[in-house]
Design a protein around this ligand. Sequence first.
Ligand code: HEC
Length: 208
Amino acid sequence: MKNFNVRLLALALLALGAWGCQPAPGESGSAAASEAPVLDTAQYKKQGMDIALTTFGVLSGQLKQAMQAGGVAHAATYCNTAAYPLVDSMSVVYGAQIRRVSQKLRNPADAPNEREAAMLAAYHERKAAGGKLGPEVRQLENGEVAFYAPILTQELCLKCHGDLGGALAESDYETIKTLYPEDEAIGYAAGDLRGMWSITFPAPGTKQ
Ligand code: HEC
């Protein structure tokens, strides 16, 4: 029922032409738009949110368990080996490429590509201007469908991403630094924009 309402609301917004923000540069696809079937944006938005929330749930569940079992340093080490395979396995389950990207990286493999960087910058600008951040869907030039959603920092995250010497203990950060010598992902406060989900679906009508 809740999902149904969300879809209805999204459809209503579409009908009003009040949809989302400007397309990222080079992604408007306006030339092809007249021939291509209309993208079911609401459907992709729902699917993307489902995937992001499920992946987040699995990741943070594992993280909490690891923190309880062996403290922050142990959990960071666990995250170092488990986060990637876990997200990758979710990609296989859903038949979509799932990534987490950020402007301040812990794992260099999470660096945004050009289109991700453009959307991430737009989220940061909107946040700085006090705007609301929500999921966005874009069709790429190759037909694939990109889903984006903001990742906000929560209280729980600060033990590994907060202020050094504050929520993030110096001794825990030593462990993190040995795993990620170029880490930049600290100094966050609760509510800050930590990064963004980037989920890429195959072009509609194609199989992976
Ligand atoms: C126990 C320590 C720990 C906690 C708590 C933690 N993280 Fe992380 N975080 C990490 C590690 C380690 C990585 C790198 C994972 C990897 O190598 O794939 C990471 C990576 C990330 C990334 C990917 C981008 C990047 O910088 O590589 C995001 C986004 C992120 N964390 C958000 C969060 C959020 C949001 C929370 C709270 C809900 C959180 N983290 C809590 C340790 C932690």
